[in-house]
Ligand binder design. Structure first.
Ligand code: PMP
Length: 386
């Protein structure tokens, strides 16, 4: 929406060279098309066929607290967390959602105190994911309200702190920053997968959100899952989804189940890849290559900087590596105040720091687009000089 190029300044033409045709490069959204090639190579392994008479009911499993959760999808989630070791799913209820976006709203609904005159505060440490404030406030709910940067929060009232780790936009590993007794933590673990960051321990928080969008790249399937320790919270989230959409697409859950199970099945019991083309190895290698190319381009240009990340051992791959996040959090050095506008002159569309609650000297750039676009981006970036 509204993502077309504005004006051609001629700057892009001036820097265009090699294979660069000077076209607009839109890396504003985190659309995970980078995984398309992998799934293409998998051929029919993850094809799902659903006859017209199947899965027509609203219900999936009436004995389950989350009655619209497909058992096949639930099993695939449990199996994948076991293989990767990034979260403990036993002792947790699984709630499925239309993307983790719906689950985020279901959590806020479920956590809001019933007997309060004031909306519950929702905070997250800046830079935070730009959709949080919008999703929290767009209905002007009396139940909860966006209260901004968690570092600046000092009210003595009930609050939810969103802890996104690895963080969108800057890729950092995070912990809660507000430390008050009335607080509840929501852990958004969309990027806690071994192609992006070393898996250092299995997450075991009370409220955890995951999504196929960033794990396998199936954003269009619109499936996310929540791991919820408390039964009453899981029940209330289920109620929210019942009122909101009367459940979650079974077609999508089955497709997600097939994809997640295919990923699990490509590893043996010790977590070693059975096939030369195991999913996380593919993702890891591609992200590593992209980060090398991006850092080289940033060095060549000299106008920008990137965050540095500490090397850690990954319990899944048994490899020591530094995070290679899904987004580049690029800073314009020197006098450039508005990095988004500056880079847009070179026909590269990014999302500026203001959307994430920080300085416009920063921009967020998606690392998850198709090869062609990403390579064009690094080539053009490397040639931006003063
Ligand atoms: N949380 C974070 C931190 C994200 O980056 C995203 C996707 N951009 C989401 C949640 C939403 O993902 P979904 O596609 O599952 O709604």
């Amino acid at each position: 929406a509204g993502m077309t190029s504005s004006s051609s300044t001629g700057a892009a033409e001036a820097v265009a060279g090699g294979g660069d045709d000077g076209s607009v490069i839109n890396l504003d959204h985190g659309d995970p098309t980078m995984y398309e090639r992998f799934w293409q190579q998998m051929g029919d392994k993850t094809t799902v066929v659903i006859p017209g008479w199947q899965y027509i009911s609203y219900f999936s499993d009436v004995r389950n607290l989350c009655w619209f959760l497909e058992p096949e999808f639930a099993n695939a989630v449990v199996n994948l967390h076991k293989v990767v070791g990034n979260a403990i799913s036993v002792d947790h209820h699984i709630v499925v959602g239309t993307g983790s976006t719906q689950l985020f709203q279901a959590v806020l609904y479920a956590l809001s105190p019933a007997d309060t005159s004031e909306p519950m505060s929702v905070v997250s440490a800046a830079p935070y994911y730009s959709s949080y404030p919008l999703q929290t406030d767009y209905l002007k709910s009396g139940l909860y309200k966006w209260a901004g940067d968690a570092y600046k929060f000092s009210k003595d009232t009930p609050y939810v702190e969103l802890v996104t780790s690895p963080n969108n936009p800057d890729g950092s590993t995070r912990q809660a920053v507000v430390n008050q007794s009335e607080g509840i933590l929501l852990h958004d673990l969309a990027y806690y997968w071994p192609q992006y960051t070393p898996i250092s321990f299995p997450a075991d928080q009370d409220i955890m959100l995951f999504t196929v969008s960033k794990s396998t790249g199936h954003a269009g399937t619109r499936i996310g899952w929540a791991l919820i320790r408390d039964r009453e919270i899981a029940k209330k989230m289920t109620k929210f989804i019942e009122i909101n959409t009367i459940g979650v697409s079974k077609d999508s859950q089955l497709r997600a189940a097939k994809v997640l199970q295919a990923v699990s099945d490509s590893y043996d019991r010790d977590g070693n890849p059975k096939e030369s083309k195991a999913f996380f190895q593919y993702g890891y290698n591609l992200m590593a290559e992209r980060w090398r190319n991006l850092r080289a381009a940033v060095n060549m240009s000299g106008l920008f900087s990137l965050p540095d990340f500490p090397v850690e051992v990954c319990t899944f791959s048994r490899r020591a590596f530094a995070p290679q996040p899904a987004f580049a959090w690029l800073k314009c050095e020197g006098e450039i105040e508005d990095c988004e506008s500056f880079i847009r002159k070179h026909k590269i569309l990014t999302r500026g720091g203001k959307h994430f609650g920080v300085s416009p000297k920063y921009v967020r750039i998606s690392m998850l687009d198709r090869d062609e676009k990403f390579n064009l981006f690094t080539e053009r970036l490397s040639k931006i000089h003063n």
